[in-house]
Design a protein around this ligand. Structure first.
Ligand code: GAP
Length: 452
């Protein structure tokens, strides 16, 4: 019996074949751990980011957005601790010259003897030394150290340095949040596992500012709400868990931290971290910049430096989780189908319109339906091959609906509507299609309320 379980290899192959994700610069042999999103992948990732933005920002009165620049003043990274502490321990193999994370040797393979871990082969490893993960570059035409800047390793600091700007311009008052999505860069020593760990990736971060003393309740609130978010968008509950960090795992500034973990084919791994960062970041920037970043509450006449709860997710890692979780193979062995069971609101294409034959006025009628649906949903048209093969092609990219236009359509303006998951087909009037499809692809609503 063929193994129907999802593997990273199946996901990588499907992604390449169907245009979700391609290796970067492939015609030049690729560039380690860099990936390009193809026509379907870019839609999927945009839908994931839009879902996060809608649920984190536009559907709430207490959170506003920000889009800070990737290059920031170098002092930002001194204040945040990244210049001195954002390091991983690295060892070199004296034989093959490979470099590995000393604390992740069990996840690394010897490049010369892939069945062994570094250090288990004949090569001797050097002493571990700290390697800073920030990418450094130069600003302006002169390459001297005074012109050095970093590509941001997280989006969060852009939020902290704009705290006062947002409070003053948007008239926000704790409890409130600032959310941001954008690229971050880390010179990971051992990237890998497809989109899971890359050197260039996108984050979706929220910094939620609260009055000290109200932080514990908001921390629990955001922990639960972020877990609920993944479930609402269809990730199987049994492949999700919240894992609280033990005391020895906590960053020195964090009062509490929990990871939303997902059971990838490579095992349980972090999808997102939710941390109570206390007043560490704002105070660090107060000290470094000499600027007052405290908040004055005009009602209670109190001045304080807010505490921060930070749910920090990866857009690429979430996209990978949605892809992996959606993957399914069903049907008898001689008629197996691969189907991506995306939540309809995340599916890259929502509906495919398929004329039964390429003649007799069916393509023209199908194109009319495509144009009718286009303002409401991402729609595709396919007339190549048998109808069964065309359904399978759509199943494999996760299209929730197939509409077949046949000769009956020309007589009574009805079509066959096929459901991706159940494969059930029913006859519906063309006039009902917009209503049925827009309802089915609507985003879910999160059960939890807006406050602890
Ligand atoms: N501001 C806090 C922060 O950046 P983090 O745990 O280092 O925390 C948050 O990163 C999230 O960003 C991770 O949970 C993961 O989803 C994503 N992420 C971090 N490093 C990544 C990498 N090298 N490749 C892909 N995603 C990454």
């Amino acid at each position: 019996m063929a193994d129907t379980a999802v593997t990273m290899e199946k996901i990588v192959n499907l992604s390449k074949r169907r245009g979700f994700v391609f290796p970067s610069s492939e015609i030049y042999g690729g560039l380690g751990s860099c990936w390009d999103y193809g026509p379907l992948g870019v839609e999927l990732k945009r839908n994931v980011k839009a879902a996060w933005w809608r649920d984190t920002v536009t559907s709430r009165p207490d959170i506003v957005g920000l889009d800070a620049s990737i290059l920031m003043h170098p002092d930002v990274w001194v204040a945040s601790g990244h210049v001195s502490n954002f390091t991983d321990p690295m060892v070199d193999c004296k034989l093959c010259k490979g470099r590995f994370r000393a604390d992740k040797l069990e996840d690394s393979v010897c490049p010369k003897k892939p069945s062994k871990q570094p250090g288990q082969c004949d090569g001797e490893l050097t002493e571990a030394r700290n390697f800073n993960l920030m990418f450094k570059t130069h600003m302006g035409p002169v390459e001297d150290s005074g012109a050095s800047v970093y590509l941001r390793p997280e989006t969060a600091q852009g939020i902290f340095v704009n705290f006062v700007n947002v409070v003053n311009s948007a008239r926000m008052k704790p409890p409130f949040g600032i959310a941001q999505q954008g690229k971050s860069f880390r010179n990971e020593i051992t990237p890998g596992n497809f989109l899971f760990r890359t050197r260039e990736f996108e984050q979706m971060e929220l910094e939620f500012f609260v009055k000290p003393g109200e932080d514990d309740a908001w921390y629990i609130y955001w922990r639960d709400r972020r877990l609920a978010w993944y479930k609402a968008y269809g990730i199987r509950a049994e492949r999700l868990r919240l894992r609280d960090h033990g005391g020895d795992e906590l960053a020195h500034y964090a009062k509490g931290c929990a990871d939303v973990e997902y059971e990838f084919p490579i095992g349980w791994q972090e999808l997102e971290g939710i941390a109570n960062r206390t007043d560490f970041d704002l105070k660090a920037h107060i000290n470094q910049s000499g600027k007052d970043l405290s908040f004055f509450d005009a009602d209670s006449k109190e001045r304080y430096v807010p505490y921060v709860i930070e749910p920090s997710a990866g857009a690429d890692r979430s996209t990978l989780a949605f892809l992996v979780d959606a993957y399914d193979e069903d049907g008898p062995e001689d008629d197996r189908r691969v189907v991506l069971r995306f939540h309809p609101s995340l599916a890259p294409i929502k509906v495919a319109v398929l004329p039964l034959m390429r003649k007799g006025g069916l393509p023209e009628k199908a194109q009319e339906i495509v144009e009718m649906l286009r303002p409401h949903a991402a729609v595709s048209y396919d007339q190549a091959g048998s109808i069964g093969r065309r359904y399978r092609r759509q199943d494999e990219i996760g299209t929730p609906f197939g509409i077949t236009v046949d000769y009956e359509t020309l007589e009574d303006d009805t079509v066959t509507l096929r459901d991706r998951d159940s494969m059930e087909q029913k006859r519906v009037a063309i006039s009902e299609l917009v209503d049925i499809i827009t309802k089915a692809i609507a985003p879910p609503s999160l059960a939890a309320g807006l406050a602890p």
